[in-house]
Write a protein that binds this ligand. Structure first.
Ligand code: ATP
Ligand code: MG
Length: 435
């Protein structure tokens, strides 16, 4: 058997999706809206590597979290033995870069990143192993103004996209000493309910008791509902911070619910935490999560500095957006060149460059094909017009323009002849009418 025959075809890794051209147009459309939206608030792009040292995440996200305990793609660098991890979220890397390049030396920073993150989870709707986040961080700001600004920003994005039914849940995780006092009370509560705790909860009750309350196990709901609430342990300063956020949300007309059970899956949060959720995405209803992480810069070896941010899950956002807003896949080009001979094709390539200079999107049929096959492709491309170059057209220095879409054909003659020298202007004015 030849090598070629014995090679079994390779498919993508489970939970990692190809985003094909038909779908990617919508992604690019979203990304363009998102970039404009971020620019409207003065956010700048920070691009950190996908790979980081494992210890960055272990330290930054917390050893006893779902992500670090079981979701990270980590491996040993065969060249030098370093333990490396594919980023499971953006914040740790953004903070590392901020510290490493001393970005807060001059002034606080508003930064964002967009791209793939990796978590080894059980794939299902809204849960993938490679997924994408829009990550936004305001570094060096103590709030509560910036906390509120981030939430206002998100409300604006939902509005820009025409999303309905996304709800805001808000909580405060207070300051470290308040969490310590609450933790004592919580562990005592968990101990008295030890018989209803599942294995994971028993394991976590001393390492990360707050996360035990985040359980989805129905048998533990009553225990979780009756647990002491961190919110009740907040001191004056934490309450004032929380009120400061709420007042500004009120000013902006943004409604929210206080969810005292909201803790978020990462260890680094304090004070403000929030999530935007919807009922329309099945079990994975959280579109965006964020909060304040004032201790993280110091924890990662930087000078202490306050910070707050959020991450949006792009697959979930797109899923929701598709339900709320129809979208016409844009045409691949405005003009498609159909030609008869090699000489005609070479002329088509020259004319196409001139049309592109004028800002039109142009495809020239590649390879030898009959007119019928070429017109079929022209049609599939979604082009408004086909430009036909046959031998007769080459001789006369004129091209035939055929309108392919009903709306254009209605307004002008179905097919028109045009001297090469006038083609650019003619097509430019007609095709732009469409936009
Ligand atoms: P969940 O509770 O759904 O596991 P999380 O708390 O782990 O979410 P974050 O770490 O806050 O999620 O990530 C921010 C956002 O990224 C989430 O709100 C969600 O929209 C999205 N997200 C998280 N995990 C996945 C995944 N495996 N696949 C697709 N999107 C995800
Ligand atoms: Mg998770």
């Amino acid at each position: 058997m030849s090598q070629q025959q014995s090679f079994k075809k390779v498919s993508a890794i489970t939970g990692m999706k190809d985003i094909l051209p038909g779908e990617s147009a919508r992604w690019e459309h979203l990304e363009a809206i998102v970039r404009d939206w971020l620019a409207a608030y003065g956010y700048r792009n920070l691009r950190a590597p996908v790979l980081e040292h494992t210890r960055l995440f272990a330290r930054g996200i917390g050893e006893v979290t779902d992500i670090v305990e079981k979701e990270m793609y980590s491996f040993t660098d065969a060249l030098n033995g370093d333990m490396l991890t594919m980023r499971p979220e953006f914040t740790a890397g953004m903070v590392r870069a901020t510290i490493e390049h001393n970005l807060l030396y001059e002034r606080p920073q508003r930064v964002y990143a967009m791209g793939p993150v990796f978590r080894h989870e059980r794939p299902q709707r809204g849960r993938y192993r490679q997924f994408h986040q829009i990550d936004v961080e305001a570094l060096g700001f103590a709030g509560p103004d910036v906390d509120a600004e981030l939430i206002l920003m998100l409300a604006r994005l939902w509005k820009l996209l025409g999303l309905k039914d996304v709800r805001l849940e808000l909580n405060s995780l207070g300051l470290p000493e308040e969490r310590a006092a609450h933790r004592q009370a919580l562990v005592a509560h968990l101990e008295t309910h030890i018989d209803v705790l599942d294995e994971e909860a028993r394991r976590r009750m001393h390492t990360n008791p707050l996360r035990v309350l985040d359980t989805k196990n129905p048998a533990m709901q009553e225990m979780a509902n009756s647990a002491p609430r961190l919110f009740d342990f907040l001191g004056e300063q934490s309450r004032a911070h929380f009120d400061g956020v709420c007042e500004r949300l009120h000013d902006a007309g943004i409604s929210y619910t206080l969810n005292p059970r909201l803790v978020r899956g990462l260890d680094y949060y304090n004070l403000t935490v929030f999530e935007w959720t919807t009922d329309r995405l099945g079990a994975q209803g959280t579109v965006c999560g964020g909060g304040r992480y004032d201790g993280l810069l110091e924890l990662l070896g930087g000078k202490p500095a306050p910070a707050v941010g959020f991450a949006i899950g792009m697959e979930r956002l797109l899923d929701l957006w598709e339900q709320d807003a129809s979208y016409d896949t844009p045409a691949e080009c405005d003009v498609y060149f159909v030609h008869q001979s090699e000489a005609a094709q070479r002329q088509a390539m020259r004319l196409a460059e001139l049309l592109r200079d004028a800002g039109l999107k142009v495809m020239v049929h590649a390879g030898p094909s009959g007119f019928k096959a070429q017109f079929k492709r022209a049609d599939l491309s979604g082009a408004a017009a086909a430009v036909i170059l046959g031998d007769a057209e080459l001789q006369s220095g004129r091209a035939s323009v055929k309108w392919l879409r009903q709306e254009q054909a209605d307004n002008q003659e179905q097919q028109q002849e045009m001297p090469f020298g006038q083609l650019v202007e003619f097509l430019q004015s007609r095709c732009k009418q469409k936009v």
